[in-house]
Ligand binder design. Structure first.
Ligand code: FES
Ligand code: FES
Length: 153
């Protein structure tokens, strides 16, 4: 059994400790907003927060996560989609197919927590998530909107 704290709730999951956290979140906990893209920590589709830091859950073994670690998935960012990043994403209509977007939002939320008014360069350096639909310009604008820095949009 592995003990996890996900979105403020405690879970006991009966999985091999070598299982990637991504699959435990999706298959054992039932939170499917976190996506699988590459499985090798390159694309960011699987991004979650662990203790407020963005992490790529495809490449973390669940046995390496402590019971006291606070895992936040897209479902836990806000129960009402009212997180400033979610509101900015909707206002700018960022997603196209949407597949990468939960990871993008988690990366943006972690960036703004560390850097409340990021520059374009800060955004480009922090957000290395891949979007096959090429929504990068709108992602940048939405991050500035979420930071309430409308001069940069
Ligand atoms: S699925 Fe984890 S980084 Fe691509
Ligand atoms: S919106 Fe389609 S991959 Fe990013």
């Amino acid at each position: 059994m592995v003990s996890l704290n996900v979105n403020g709730r405690a879970y006991q999951v009966d999985v091999d400790p070598r299982t990637p956290l991504l699959w435990v979140l999706r298959d054992a906990v039932g939170l499917t907003g976190t996506k699988y893209g590459c499985g090798i920590a390159q694309c960011g589709a699987c991004s979650v927060h662990i203790n407020d830091e963005v992490q790529r859950s495809c490449s973390i073994r669940v046995g390496d996560v402590k019971a006291s670690d606070r895992i936040t998935t897209i479902e836990g960012l806000s129960t009402t989609s009212s997180h400033p990043v979610q509101k900015a994403w909707a206002a700018i209509d960022v997603p196209q197919c949407g597949y990468c977007q939960s990871g993008q939002i988690m990366a943006a939320a972690a960036l703004l927590k560390r850097t409340p008014k990021p520059t374009d360069r800060d955004i480009d350096e922090a957000m290395t998530n891949i979007c096959r639909c090429g929504t990068y310009q709108r992602i940048r604008a939405a991050v500035h909107l979420a930071a309430n820095d409308t001069s940069k949009i």
